[in-house]
Design a protein around this ligand. Structure first.
Ligand SMILES: Nc1ncnc2c1ncn2[C@@H]1O[C@H](COP(=O)(O)OP(=O)(O)OP(=O)(O)O)[C@@H](O)[C@H]1O
Ligand SMILES: [Mg+2]
Length: 357
């Protein structure tokens, strides 16, 4: 694919946070690519740096953050329909807020209440951004808001416009947040755990809604989640993140059916499925490293039963497996002993393949 179709290009992003306990090295060289119209999922345990990566892309890093290096290029369509490029780390927050956020890049967070103003009618919350970003009349913005509410499956839109957030259910509130996110026709939608605060049936509805609007509008989506089942449904490409780095990337079939990193093996083994009883569900031993004290070598080594001696000394580079699939594990070095994924996981992947067919 051509470079100009790359909508987001994150290169070697390195971010620390200053805290009273010391420096937390949260992102240690993150690379993420996203092409127009595609969906990329970012998965990984809590604290791996998923949200920080996306906050950096939106110019929303906390004030104690320090960007040590890297680049974030965002390519969006301007009013004339031409592709424009913003070098996000070189822009000030105000510029990003005025020109990018809510306009070309929109976000849906886990808890809709963090994005909604409890004291404002939802109609006004939708029209505000439309008026500010698109410069249309109030009447036109209201028409647009109503159509958006209908698009996200809210009936009686006219009446709902006058409701306050607390008058809506959690699922409805998240629909409103999605309507706001879509209101200025963004190039990129970032969803950070958008369904985790909702119950299971509502989760599926919201997920299907995001899939629907993506297909209809052809926007690019970054989907952050703990739930690999969700990833399988929504993503074209998957980035597996661990301790501030992407440790495996590939298309969804490569990561699910031919995972190469032992961490990905662990995540897939820990995924609940119909045939595994709860009591037999695998968990990855140990816990992620504390990034106040950066690990030497491979950050996953201490938890990795397949770790090699070199893992203690040196962080593995990304080894290329196919044009689209790479993983950072010394097991892929030509000198490494031949190690295969656990038998139990192989059987599980076979089952997943069969179910998918
Ligand atoms: N403002 C901050 N000050 C200090 N440390 C921070 C700050 N924001 C994030 N961190 C740290 O950066 C690391 C990455 O955090 P991040 O929120 O990106 O994790 P995550 O992968 O999104 O996890 P989760 O799945 O729990 O949402 C964590 O160690 C976190 O404690
Ligand atoms: Mg997060």
């Amino acid at each position: 694919m051509e470079e100009k179709d790359k909508i987001l290009d994150i290169k070697d992003l390195d971010v620390s946070f200053r805290t009273s306990a010391g420096t937390v090295h949260a992102l240690r060289g993150v690379n993420i690519d996203l092409y127009r119209g595609e969906t990329v999922a970012i998965v990984g345990e809590s604290g791996s740096g998923k949200s920080v990566s996306m906050k950096a892309a939106m110019g929303l890093l906390a004030s104690n953050a320090v960007v040590n290096g890297g680049q974030i290029l965002f390519r969006y369509k301007n009013e004339a329909g031409e592709i424009e490029e913003a070098d996000i780390l070189k822009k000030d927050k105000k510029w990003i807020r005025r020109n990018i956020n809510g306009r070309h890049m929109a976000m849906v967070f886990q808890d809709p209440m963090t994005s909604l103003d409890p004291t404002m009618q939802i109609g006004k919350q939708i029209t505000e951004g439309i008026i500010a970003h698109l410069g249309v009349s109030k009447k036109e913005a209201e028409e647009r808001a109503k159509a958006l509410l209908e698009e996200v499956g809210i009936t009686d839109a006219e009446k709902r416009m006058r409701n306050y957030p607390h008058q809506l259910s959690g699922g409805m509130r998240q629909r409103v947040v999605i309507a706001i996110a879509l209101s200025c026709d963004p190039d990129l939608l970032i969803c950070d755990e958008p369904t985790t605060a909702l119950d299971v049936t509502i989760q599926t509805m919201i997920l299907n809604l995001i899939l629907k609007v993506q297909k209809e509008r052809g926007i690019s989506v970054i989907y952050i989640t703990h739930d690999l089942g969700v990833v399988a449904k929504v993503a074209d490409y998957v980035n597996v993140m661990y301790a501030g780095k992407i440790v495996e990337v590939g298309n969804v079939n490569e990561v699910f059916y031919e995972p190469a990193h032992p961490y990905t093996w662990g995540l897939l083994s820990a995924m609940p499925d119909l045939e595994t009883e709860d009591s037999r569900l695998y968990t990855i031993p140990g816990s992620p490293p504390n990034l106040l004290h950066e690990p030497k070598g491979d950050a996953f080594a201490a938890r990795n039963e397949y770790a090699l001696a070199i893992d203690e000394k040196e962080h593995p580079p990304m080894f290329k497996i196919t044009e689209t699939h790479s993983a950072a594990t010394w097991l892929l070095d030509p000198r490494a002993p031949k190690v295969e994924m656990p038998e139990e996981l192989k059987r599980r992947i076979e089952r997943m393949r069969k179910e998918a067919e």
